[in-house]
Design a protein around this ligand. Structure first.
Ligand SMILES: C[C@](O)(CO)[C@H](O)COP(=O)(O)OP(=O)(O)OC[C@H]1O[C@@H](n2ccc(N)nc2=O)[C@H](O)[C@@H]1O
Ligand SMILES: Nc1ncnc2c1ncn2[C@@H]1O[C@H](COP(=O)(O)OP(=O)(O)OP(=O)(O)O)[C@@H](O)[C@H]1O
Length: 267
């Protein structure tokens, strides 16, 4: 059985406070985009994971897909699975690729073995694997709060815009990025601002990771500047970086950004 986990971008990200468990409370809007991995499960003698495409650093047994399998296996008598992962979503890019893979694996196991898990039960499993993971169960635009794992429906549709994503050859560690931010309550909640027209978002819809990540990696800041210079209506770094997305009111081609970065058009 096969599925195609997709990446996300964060339309705004306010880091509001540090929690006693070491995590941070935040508010963001998660928006699914059209950059996808592929994950397949087949019955096997023992459970293992084969990775194709982009190399994932570290031990394959630590892959979030393997962790998702063992989490479900604790509660259900499911047979061993061979997991084939084709990795296309850039890593360390703020795109939630690993989170998407494990959430989609939970959905695959639920479907393949008729486990009868509800959306909220699958979200509870996903939450145990990472703060971003639960979003990918429903995989619809949401306003997210707490650790980024509690959701409210968000009526937002960017399908009329031409969306571009630029990924520089820089890997930002999520934990390191959080360590550099000083949490603060925003003057106005993202929940309200996000419903204003995108033409008003510039400098209003912000990402609290940008100042410290831009200071450490000026080339990421330069990408954002170049996207605005190219006529973007709105541009922002996604999550803890390193990728930057932009929305344009018509199709564009950005050859000067292509020379040093991966550029994804029409995401
Ligand atoms: C940056 C975002 O992508 C924004 O959507 C997410 O907050 C990151 O979510 P994620 O990658 O699923 O994060 P996890 O794998 O759960 O945590 C990685 C590390 O990020 C930090 N972390 C993550 C989420 C959060 N709300 N507060 C944090 O402080 C913690 O140091 C944690 O050890
Ligand atoms: N299936 C997987 N795909 C990608 N990375 C994985 C996976 N499983 C485990 N990882 C580990 O998770 C780390 C971060 O991966 P990922 O691409 O999800 O994060 P990210 O780009 O920082 O996105 P975000 O911070 O938005 O979750 C990688 O360095 C890798 O070691």
């Amino acid at each position: 059985m096969l599925s195609f986990p997709n990446a996300k971008i964060n339309l705004g990200l306010n880091i509001t406070e540090k929690r006693s468990d070491g995590y941070h409370n935040l508010e963001t809007v998660f928006y699914p985009i059209n950059i996808k991995d592929s994950v397949e499960i087949t019955d096997a003698e023992f459970t293992s994971c084969k990775i194709h495409g982009i190399d994932i650093p570290g031990d394959t047994n630590d892959n979030l897909c393997v962790k998702a399998y063992h989490l479900i296996k604790q509660d259900f008598d499911i047979p061993a699975q061979q997991i084939n992962l084709l990795k296309n979503i850039p890593i360390g890019a703020g795109l939630g690729g690993g989170s998407a893979d494990c959430a989609f694996l939970i959905k695959l196991l639920n479907d393949k073995f008729g486990l009868g898990l509800s959306v909220s039960q699958m979200e509870d499993y996903a939450r145990q694997l990472g703060a971003d993971c639960a979003f990918f169960i429903e995989n619809k635009p949401v306003y997210a709060f707490n650790k980024g794992d509690e959701f409210e429906h968000c009526e937002i549709d960017l399908s009329a815009w031409f969306k571009v994503l630029v990924k520089p050859p820089v890997h930002v560690s999520t934990a390191d990025a959080y360590a550099l931010v000083k949490p603060q309550k925003p003057l106005q909640s993202l929940k309200e601002i996000i419903h204003l027209p995108p033409t008003t978002w510039k400098n209003k819809v912000i990402n609290d990771f940008e100042p410290s990540v831009f200071a450490k990696y000026p080339q990421i800041h330069q990408i954002k500047t170049s996207l605005y210079d190219a006529g973007a209506t709105f541009a922002l770094m996604s999550g803890s970086g390193s990728s930057v997305f932009a929305i344009f009111n018509e199709p564009v081609k950005l050859p000067e950004l292509e020379s040093n970065n991966l550029v994804f058009y029409n995401i």
